[in-house]
Design a binder for this molecule. Structure first.
Ligand code: PMP
Length: 409
């Protein structure tokens, strides 16, 4: 694979040239949100300047143009993740809403007391809290596949939990805290052996690696535009066509119906059945541009670059005796982020010192509180990498640890 021209890529991101107190931004908070290249901003601004209108195929030129752009964004995303056409791509607000859509539209209607919702101990609150609530409301039990001490799923435990009582298995593809890449195809197969559905949270996978939903054989797959060089305000729910066809809608309103009388309503075609009201049209245009931008670079090269930077960060941090790193060793089942703690320094203090150097990292539980309980720490500091990051930026991060030691040790 040809290495990325990171210098040229960085020029497409004006925000990366910004300085605070005379120091250039070192942006290592990509698991929270990625930066947006000019191509995406331009596509959205061109849309607003030249084609803005409401969709649903109004009669006038602008509405037709906006409708086509919106529909084509579905086609582009479908192609990007190996889905079987726009009918399988529902635009939501974000990954969280994609999770809630399935939880409400499928879970509330289909789950019975005594059935099982199988999650993993490394789920993001977006899935964990949502399914917990659905469990309370339906009487279904929520069970968690254990994470072992290396930060990997205990697959024997998964085989134990996923039995004929299991109705749905929901797993994070790449953990936003541990960086673990989970064997989601294997989990989906286990789920299907027991007639359960497989939901995959791909918020940290689609931005960083080639993903093919058909290969994984996921029934549902969710991700967010803002973590893949796209805009905020748009997320994706992939769902197998026959499942989406059978499912009740999640939200009701205009644009999703076929026929409405004072007594009753029937639903429109996929995916519009799940997209009532005025959807995120400009954001869909931006997401389309983001997918074009990512594919022009190539997902394999993006993955290789990020994993190389993450490996370098892991090795440099591991060489510091007072640093504890969470998650598996660098390798095929570890993605492009590193969460860690510096002995004797709270993650919030460390992150604040990083900010004194204009280094953007995240401190906290990263929306995985139960996982942090499992790790026995209240919080961690997370550095997460993207196409534009460099080894020099990792060096700055590691150098800044010395300041924290001097201040707090
Ligand atoms: N799942 C994972 C694994 C995530 O990393 C995130 C974002 N931190 C989410 C879900 C939620 O994404 P969003 O905030 O865009 O809904």
């Amino acid at each position: 694979l040809e290495p990325l021209d990171v210098g040229a890529i960085r020029e497409e991101f004006p925000v990366l040239q910004r300085e605070f107190d005379g120091q250039q931004v070192v942006y290592l908070d990509n698991a929270a949100t990625t930066q947006t290249p000019d191509a995406v901003v331009d596509a959205m601004s061109d849309y607003y300047r030249e084609s803005n209108a409401n969709i649903h195929r109004g009669i006038h030129h602008l509405s037709q143009e906006a409708s086509i752009a919106y529909e084509e964004a579905h086609d582009r995303v479908a192609e990007f993740i190996g889905a079987d056409g726009r009918e399988e791509i529902v635009f939501t607000k974000n990954t969280t809403e994609s999770e809630n859509l399935v939880a409400y539209a499928w879970g509330l209607n289909e789950l019975d007391p005594g059935e099982k919702i199988v999650l993993t101990e490394m789920e993001h609150h977006a899935s964990l809290v949502t399914w917990q609530q659905i469990g309370e409301r339906t009487g279904a039990d929520v069970e968690y596949v254990r994470v072992d001490d290396d930060g990997r799923l205990d697959l024997d435990h998964a085989r134990e939990l996923i039995d004929d009582d299991a109705a749905i298995v929901s797993a994070v593809h790449v953990s936003n805290t541990l960086g673990t890449v989970n064997p989601v195809a294997e989990l989906a197969e286990l789920a299907h052996e027991h007639d359960a559905l497989a939901f995959v949270d791909g918020a940290q996978a689609v931005p960083n690696r080639p993903v093919d939903v058909a290969e994984i054989d996921a029934d549902f797959y969710a991700f967010s535009g803002h973590k893949m060089a796209g805009p905020t305000g748009i997320g994706v729910l992939y769902g197998k066509r026959e499942l989406l066809e059978e499912m009740e809608p999640f939200l009701y309103g205009g644009g999703m119906i076929r026929k409405v009388t004072f007594e009753e309503s029937t639903w429109g075609d996929l995916p519009w059945k799940f997209e009532p009201g005025t959807p995120p049209i400009a954001e869909a245009v931006g997401l389309h541009a983001a997918v074009d931008w990512l594919e022009e670079i190539g997902m394999e090269r993006i993955q290789a670059h990020e994993e190389e930077i993450a490996r370098y960060a892991y090795e440099r941090l591991e060489a510091e005796e007072d640093v504890e790193i969470y998650g598996p060793e660098p390798g095929p089942d570890r993605g492009g982020l590193v969460s860690f703690n510096l002995e004797g320094v709270h993650a919030h203090d460390l992150t604040s010192i990083m900010n004194d150097h204009t280094i953007a990292v995240r401190a906290g539980d990263h929306c995985t509180q139960p996982l942090h309980d499992r790790l026995g720490v209240p919080a961690s500091t997370r550095a997460s990498f993207y196409v534009y990051n460099t080894r020099e930026e990792v060096d700055k991060l590691v150098d800044a640890l010395e300041d924290a030691r001097q201040l707090f040790a």
